[in-house]
Ligand binder design. Structure first.
Ligand code: ZN
Length: 373
């Protein structure tokens, strides 16, 4: 169920047709194939090192290298303490938990509740195994709390389920408690996640979608829609980042790079797009968008939906922005055991991720308190 299902389906048809036409043209005209290859190169260059993307955006101020490094080191330290003591991939399973489903809260500002739902390895729906944390989200959430921007909620490890899949998980109970027992109604809820890099809606695009906003399965309130629009505009203007709403934006899927192994570079996808064997057309994120916080079929099991239901049930609770934010790997701290990245490039990415998440929190305040933005 997706409130935007019809609009999404129309976009899917359009993107699939455009891409199929481009691929046909590339098959007979070498210059078209070259343009596609060039866009792929530029796009992945910006994913490997966001400073390259920044260099193509002369209207933006220079990245403050010292500040970026300080933020990066703080995120690393917080990630060690709250998610992976060694920062290596396998350590995200047990994390720093003292018992199963241990949850930590970093208090910083009770106006915005930011939940790093998959900060340590959750039990993944696809495999039934505990694996594949959204790396870097614990450290980022905690640093934002230290800076007085949010209250950060973090699963500390030893997760027996998945905050966005398991119905009535302890995590959801704690979320409801955090909403109910705050000294005043919260002004925003943000479910922070990581996503793979390289999402685009067309093969000639030279910039990846740096983050998707997921609005959940219900009709979003005007406040949530306005927040999404402000985040998208401010991220583009102030940070040079590309943000889209997942509920309405289909993206192409790429084949894995058969030569990639853990410990190699950040790029683990080939330049080849996937095709739908049933139709022979380019395969998109369908039939329903995956990064939109929709839940599974009839089940509204994402934290975004749970918060929506909690607030809908209480007419006195303000209609606050409720958003899932899926940040690209390029903007997050990632384990060296998985992707070998240049530390300065990663610092630039982590800093921009920090700025983006801070902007999301500020937009939530701004919608409730005019003049704060
Ligand atoms: Zn996630």
């Amino acid at each position: 169920m997706n409130y935007f299902a019809e609009a999404y389906q129309e976009s899917v048809e359009c993107v699939a047709a455009e891409t199929a036409a481009l691929m046909n043209a590339a098959a007979s005209q070498p210059c078209v194939a070259e343009s596609i290859a060039r866009a792929d190169q530029v796009r992945w260059g910006g994913i490997e090192d966001l400073r390259r993307l920044r260099a193509m955006q002369p209207h933006l101020p220079q990245l403050p290298d010292d500040t970026a490094r300080t933020v990066y080191l703080r995120v690393r330290e917080a990630e060690r303490r709250w998610a992976s003591p060694s920062l290596a991939g396998p350590a995200y399973g047990d994390g720093v938990a003292a018992y199963d489903d241990h949850i930590g809260i970093a208090r910083g500002n009770d106006a915005v509740l930011l939940s790093a739902d998959h900060a340590t390895d959750p039990v993944r729906r696809a495999t039934g195994r505990r694996e594949a944390a959204d790396h870097g989200t614990a450290g980022l959430a905690v640093v934002l709390a230290q800076d007085g921007l949010v209250d950060a909620m973090v699963p500390l490890g030893r997760q027996t389920g998945n905050a966005n899949v398991t119905i009535d998980s302890p995590y959801k109970d704690r979320l409801r408690t955090e909403l109910r027992d705050a000294s005043a109604p919260r002004l925003g809820f943000v479910s922070l996640h990581g996503k793979v890099p390289g999402h685009v809606t067309g093969l000639l695009e030279t910039t990846e979608i740096h983050a998707f906003l997921g609005l959940g399965r219900y009709k979003p309130t005007d406040t949530t829609l306005e927040a999404a629009e402000r985040i998208r505009d401010a991220a583009r203007q102030d940070l040079g980042l590309r943000i889209e709403v997942a509920n309405t934006t289909p993206f192409l899927l790429f084949e894995p790079d058969p030569n990639w192994q853990p410990g190699m570079g950040i790029r683990d996808k080939a330049a080849t797009i996937k095709y739908d064997p049933a139709t022979g057309r380019p395969k998109l994120n369908q039939p329903e968008p995956k990064l939109a916080a929709l839940g599974d079929g009839a089940i509204s099991n994402t934290t975004t939906n749970v918060v929506n239901e909690f607030i809908q049930a209480d007419p006195a609770y303000p209609r606050i922005p409720i958003l899932q934010v899926e940040m690209s790997r390029s903007l997050r701290l990632t384990p060296h055991t998985q992707w070998n990245r240049d530390p300065k490039a990663m610092a630039a990415g982590v800093y921009l991720g920090y700025r983006l998440a801070g902007l999301v929190a500020e937009v939530c305040y701004g919608l409730q308190k005019p003049g704060k933005l």
